[in-house]
Design a protein around this ligand. Sequence first.
Ligand SMILES: NC(=O)C1=CN([C@@H]2O[C@H](COP(=O)(O)OP(=O)(O)OC[C@H]3O[C@@H](n4cnc5c(N)ncnc54)[C@H](OP(=O)(O)O)[C@@H]3O)[C@@H](O)[C@H]2O)C=CC1
Ligand SMILES: N[C@@H](CC=O)C(=O)O
Ligand code: NA
Length: 433
Amino acid sequence: MAFKVGLLGFGTVGTGTAAILRDRDRRNPLLQDIEIGRVGVKSLDKPRAIALDPDLLTTDLESIVTDPDIDIVVELIGGLEPARSLILKAIAAGKHVVTANKAVIARYGDELYAAANKAGVYILLEASVGGGIPIIKPLKESLGANRISQITGIVNGTTNYILTQMTEEGADFDAVLTEAQQLGYAEADPTADVDGLDAADKIAILASLAFGGRIDREAIYCEGIRQVSAEDISYAEKLGFTIKLLAIAQKTENRDNTLQVRVHPTLLPNAHPLASINGVYNAVLVEGEPIGQVMFFGPGAGEGPTASAVVSDILAIAGILKSAGKNTALNPLLSCSHQDYSAIAPMEEVVTRFYARFLCGDRPGVIGHLGTCFGKHEVSLESVVQIGFQDKLAEIVVVTHDVQEKNFRQALEEVRSFSALDSISIASVLRVF
Ligand SMILES: NC(=O)C1=CN([C@@H]2O[C@H](COP(=O)(O)OP(=O)(O)OC[C@H]3O[C@@H](n4cnc5c(N)ncnc54)[C@H](OP(=O)(O)O)[C@@H]3O)[C@@H](O)[C@H]2O)C=CC1
Ligand SMILES: N[C@@H](CC=O)C(=O)O
Ligand code: NA
């Protein structure tokens, strides 16, 4: 019995998916039962890396999601619309859905899962987080026995590639971004990668699975990597840190049902397991009880790895259809039935270490003044170093002990008001893990 897949999108991931579905030799025998039924694209004239029967290609994507011959719709066009409407139409037509689209799931998961549950179909999304890394299924199934306390991930391949190239080769930000686009890692609009939005979409999905509640995407604090300079990378190295864009979701201490969910560039101690994750690789560190720590590592973007995750979901659905038939109840381990939203704590409540770099006139007492501003707001300093000069201004770098974000911000305000008199400027502020 053959199951027919309708592919929406035939770009980087769509091409990789079609390549696996057409070359089944020595892969899972269930692939013999899966056929590409139709392929939807924006332009019929574009040259394609894989030659498909031209009759399979269409620009009428609605006709695919409503085609009675299609069993599984695989959404690989990306973005919010028409992806959202096409997924809803596919569900209404009784199709199971596989998607790599974290943006649409993070924002419309509520609506899409409600529709899917009502129609009795699956929406599977392994490719949406961590590319080829199996992380969605482990959170749904293998780690189901655990009480998860924290998830910390490098979940965007493009920004990890950029930060690695800047750190290891001293490469220029814009040039590396162009490379990441050419390699097929970046989103259609790479702002989503660079500004941390893609990582925020992904941590929303992971937090929802790990903590069992829906996540308001808008409540996630999100800072990207644009402000990470070569100077900060170099100071971080000197101090024994590596800068990574981290996505973090954790339970708030003493507040059972409140989460902290945030994305920001972070100085990681070199000994931390995530500090050595380089290039397009991603990793997700999950902490829970009783498992302790478990880390998932692998290629976070790119044609083949992402297609590997997409096809694993197609296989999962084909396996269910083959063994149980079309009209069976949804497996609760694979479907999503969250009803409530998790409360998200405001960023001011987060307790973390900070790194700050100041540029100041090299005169006696400047470090003392900084110390006074920090002391007034209970910010205690772990280290203060003055190594270099920039345009005749001394560069002072401080690393704090753990402090509440609100207190640190107040101390910076104090430094700012003081700097009006005495030429101190705040060149950069980053969090330290
Ligand atoms: N690239 C990666 O490494 C990863 C991507 N993803 C996700 O996978 C999805 C696809 O990404 P990717 O393959 O890189 O994207 P691409 O831009 O390479 O491909 C998008 C495809 O969708 C088609 N398409 C886009 N908009 C429309 C439309 N309105 N109507 C019809 N067809 C349309 C395009 O058609 P045409 O070819 O004619 O232009 C193209 O074939 C996204 O959600 C992305 O976030 C997830 C993990 C990793
Ligand atoms: N643009 C994304 C693609 C995978 O999700 C990334 O760079 O990680
Ligand atoms: Na994945």
